[in-house]
Design a protein around this ligand. Structure first.
Ligand code: PSU
Ligand code: MN
Length: 309
């Protein structure tokens, strides 16, 4: 009797990423939920392209991660990036359902958690995004805490973000990260950033002000055998920020709308983002693009510093 052959993981590298792996070049992973669920077309495609270009300018290679018809892609060529940016109804994949989408040959975008899993599997140690998921306001009632936080605790990837959106409960998000032993390092700022705004008003646990220092910190964690990820929080450039007090007004309104529309689970974050986009006449999107670009630049610099001897 022949044994059934065991399946292998359907995983595909873009040509550019495969070449970078072969020569040991620095690679920066990018998530795709921000493309399918975080921004409308065509802003999402422009953002995805410019972020990739910025990473290349810094001497690293971008690897946008997504599941397309059941294949886990590490790096998307421009045609695939464009197709994904126009895809309606893509799944939003986290740790719970990344393998489901592959097994069922579905198309889905990866959240921070799923992108970390895929990046680690591909040997990529730095990842740039906009904002991470966290503890939602009212989590004491809803129990809504993003799987991104658990993933940061267990998977060894450096995640560069612009802090957490004030749609979340930022103090509780930082408490969970501390409990789970995730280092939170703010780049060149004393306070933890709040996505559209440079300052959440909350003091940052750790601060470093160069990519080399961040790379060196990670090397010491490795030498100590400390696994799990690191969160690097990079404030949005001053010229692109929206003041905290102004955003707070929109956020309160968006949260009220979510409650009256009875939005729950995975739909919460995309619903709030879409609400804010309309309330700010697209200004929130411009800020969002500027901060992702800023994070891509820093992530590439960290990836380069990590490969330096
Ligand atoms: N926060 C943002 N923009 C985003 C997301 C979060 O400011 O696009 C996306 C990311 O992909 C993140 C996910 O991993 O939402 C978190 O979703 P949830 O809160 O359902 O875990
Ligand atoms: Mn959630």
């Amino acid at each position: 009797m022949t044994k059934p052959s065991s399946p292998s993981l359907p995983m595909e590298y873009s040509d550019e990423v495969a070449a970078a792996r072969a020569r040991g070049a620095p690679i920066v992973a990018l998530e795709s939920t921000i493309i399918t669920h975080g921004m409308p077309y065509p802003g999402n495609l422009n953002m995805a392209r410019s972020v990739e270009a910025i990473i290349r300018e810094q001497g690293a290679v971008p690897a946008t991660i997504a599941v397309i018809h059941g294949v886990l892609h590490i790096g998307l060529d421009d045609a695939k990036l464009e197709a994904l940016s126009k895809t309606e109804g893509a799944m939003k994949l986290s740790r719970a359902d990344l393998a489901f989408a592959i097994a069922e040959r579905r198309t889905g975008a990866t959240t921070v958690a799923a992108t970390m899993i895929a990046a680690a599997r591909a040997g990529i140690s730095v990842f740039a995004t906009g904002g991470i998921g966290g503890v939602h306001r009212g989590a004491e009632q809803s129990f809504d805490i993003s799987a991104d936080l658990d993933e940061l605790a267990r998977t060894g990837v450096i995640v560069v973000c612009a802090g957490a959106k004030a749609i979340l409960d930022i103090p509780k998000t930082l408490e969970v990260l501390e409990t789970r032993g995730v280092p939170v390092v703010t780049y060149d700022s004393e306070t933890f950033p709040a996505f559209w705004s440079r300052d959440s008003g909350i003091k940052s646990p750790l601060m470093l002000n160069s990519p080399a220092a961040i790379a060196n910190f990670q090397k010491m964690r490795d030498l100590l055998g400390i696994d799990g990820g690191m969160l690097v929080a990079n404030p949005v450039p001053e010229e692109s920020e929206i003041p905290r007090e102004e955003m707070e007004i929109y956020i309160t309104r968006a949260l009220d709308n979510a409650a009256s529309d009875e939005i729950v689970g995975k739909a919460v974050t995309p619903y709030l983002l879409d609400n804010l986009f309309h309330m700010t006449d697209g200004r929130s999107l411009e800020t969002n693009i500027a901060l992702v670009e800023n994070n891509a630049r820093l992530a590439a610099e960290i990836a380069v510093a990590l490969t330096a001897k």
